[in-house]
Design a protein around this ligand. Structure first.
Ligand code: PLP
Length: 365
């Protein structure tokens, strides 16, 4: 089956094989990968390799720290203001979908939160032009969601006509890259902090990655427990307490797989081809299928689409499941369907979906 689930999402088959093989015994450790100590030489090696591979994959400059932390992206959304904003300091948020809104909920208790721009009134189908953003000169940071997993809206700095990330001057730009990290090359130095839950492009759920410009860690932030302190986590190499070792291991295997496949440039080309094929099928259906997102900012990772007759939704999902195409149900906030086509989804999976969509339309259109 091809798994189009938004996360936890499909993992490369070769990674799953390694996971299976190490479940009974990891190398010569005499114990399973889920049993070995995080302080032992085997795991310290896994952790060091995972960081080195992620650095190579994303071309992370040396003046950026990398943290591997338990919990997902939502946890980081709460920790960012605690670590980087003074109590009650202004923080700017740009809303282009559901997850930006969730980020504001996590941050609101700690900052003077300013919605600098929002496409909510239009149903989150676009990104407001940078000229309309009302940024605050004294903000601790500006927060954006690089790719909105539910609404299917993505900043596309590299695409002709795509929406670039804004220039926020001296105010650092923080970005939630949960659903698009490692899907194409990015210039990490444009960001103060990048964070992502692993369960889409980076591996299994239960661990998150934070990439942060080291100088920002000198900010006092707000009173917080040690365990919520990025600086202390960095000093302890993300092992202030027992880390999610297995998740970290599988994420590391996934980084290695992406490097072995040729790195983010290769995935950028593959992802472009997959997204193009799927949007073309939607757009050429004469309205039987529809995606209402501004074409300039359509996500390459999450493709939501509606059937013109929602009464057919259940039949579509059931027939798709029979055809080995799973995880296509849209999020309840927008309804309809959604195909998540992360790095581990091969072009053949998208071609199978497109063929199924044609066939379904022929029978029901
Ligand atoms: N941000 C984005 C863009 C997401 O897609 C998600 C989850 O799907 C989250 C944040 C929340 O992540 P988590 O469930 O890891 O907290």
């Amino acid at each position: 089956a091809y798994n189009f689930s938004p996360g936890p999402s499909t993992l490369p088959e070769s990674v799953l094989h390694q996971v299976r093989d190490t479940l009974l015994e990891y190398g010569n450790a005499g114990a399973s990968i889920v049993e070995i100590s995080h302080r032992g030489p085997e795991f310290l090696d896994i952790a060091a390799r995972a960081e080195a591979d992620l650095r190579a994959l994303l071309s992370i400059p040396d003046d950026y720290a990398v943290l591997f932390l338990p919990g997902g992206a939502t946890t980081q959304q709460a920790l960012l203001p605690l670590n980087f904003a003074a109590p009650g300091q202004r923080a700017d948020y740009v809303l282009t979908g559901h997850w930006g809104q969730v980020a504001t909920k996590q941050a609101r208790p700690y900052v003077d939160l300013n919605i600098a721009a929002s496409s909510e009134a239009g149903g989150y189908r676009s990104i407001p032009p940078a000229s309309e953003w009302r940024l605050s000169a004294d903000a601790a940071y500006v927060h954006v969601t690089a790719s909105e997993t539910i609404h299917g809206v993505e900043f596309r700095p590299a695409a002709p006509g795509g929406h670039p990330f804004p220039d926020t001057g001296d105010v650092p730009l923080f970005a939630d890259f949960s659903s698009s990290i490692a899907s194409e090359p990015i210039d990490v130095s444009r960001f103060g902090a990048i964070y992502a839950g692993a369960q889409k492009n980076l591996g299994p759920v239960g661990i998150g990655v934070v990439i942060v410009r080291r100088e920002l860690l000198e900010r006092a932030g707000q009173p917080r427990a040690d365990i919520f302190d990025y600086r202390l986590q960095l000093a302890a190499e993300s092992m202030l307490n027992t880390p999610p070792t297995w998740n970290w291991y599988v994420a590391g295997l996934t980084f290695r797989w992406m490097l072995d496949e040729g790195g983010v440039e290769v995935f950028a080309r593959r992802n472009e081809a997959k997204a193009k094929a799927l949007y073309a099928a939607v757009d050429a259906s004469g309205g039987f299928y529809r995606n209402d997102v501004d074409p300039a900012v359509r996500s390459r990772m999450n493709v939501p689409f509606l059937l013109s007759d929602p009464a057919l939704d259940d039949a579509f999902l059931a027939r798709a499941h029979d055809a080995g195409l799973i995880g296509l149900k849209g999020h309840r906030v927008v309804g309809g369907m959604r195909a998540s086509i992360y790095n581990a989804m091969p072009l053949q999976g998208v071609e199978a979906l497109v063929a199924f969509m044609h066939d379904f339309q022929r029978r029901h259109g």
